[in-house]
Design a protein around this ligand. Sequence first.
Ligand code: PGA
Length: 258
Amino acid sequence: MNRKIIIANWKMSVNRADTTRLTRAAGVALGKCGGQADVILASPYVYLTHVSAILPPGITLAAQDVAVPHHPKGAQTGDVSPEMLRDIGCAAVIIGHSERRAGHGEVNDTIRAKVAAARASGLTVILCVGETADEHAAGRGRHVVSDQIHAALFDQPNMGPDSVMVAYEPIWAISGGGGQAATPEDVASMHQFLANYIETTLAPFQGMRLLYGGSVRPDNASVILSLPHVDGVLVGGASLDADALSEIIRAGCAASRP
Ligand code: PGA
């Protein structure tokens, strides 16, 4: 079965009550469509334990970032290690989101180290990549994105297509930055390119799932999910609305093929 993946990235936009409401809504929506899609909820650190305790069946919990531990545990004030995430029921983690690259100085080397650390603890990696508006306008999108993927994954030991997925999130399309979703043609063309790139250059990752993120909403989710080489969507703004999140989960179930 080709199951579509729906990831809700709540960023820093929720309080505890919101996480309860949205987690329950996601569970109901997924239950109603027979659990036909893979749903991942990426909560802020402080609510992970809470969401873990109320996580409906079939839904995976993810963190939005992780630190690289210098030792299994120890003196890293403010950091959260992959082991800690595992300990409280997290199975996945977003790494390399453009908001962390831009706002926290995360460069490709930082992201590669985080990917390795997350995998060493058995977390599934959701690797975010994407070009800026200027890079897009200059026709450099493919170059930038393939470079980001290569830097994070090439020659990483003990990793394969089941332990990592890539979310293509063009920065100019992310709603928080005022963007508008990429056109289906843009998404299809980048995903086709990435599928070929992985086959030729990152062969151990062949078959790795490719997601799209950037202004995904109920009114465009079905079209995006039906595109070739689009295995799922990463949803920010719309995942904060229980009805919108439920509708996108339904679209994911409908687009999953037996
Ligand atoms: P958006 O965010 O859906 O609000 O555009 C996506 C993301 O940044 O992960």
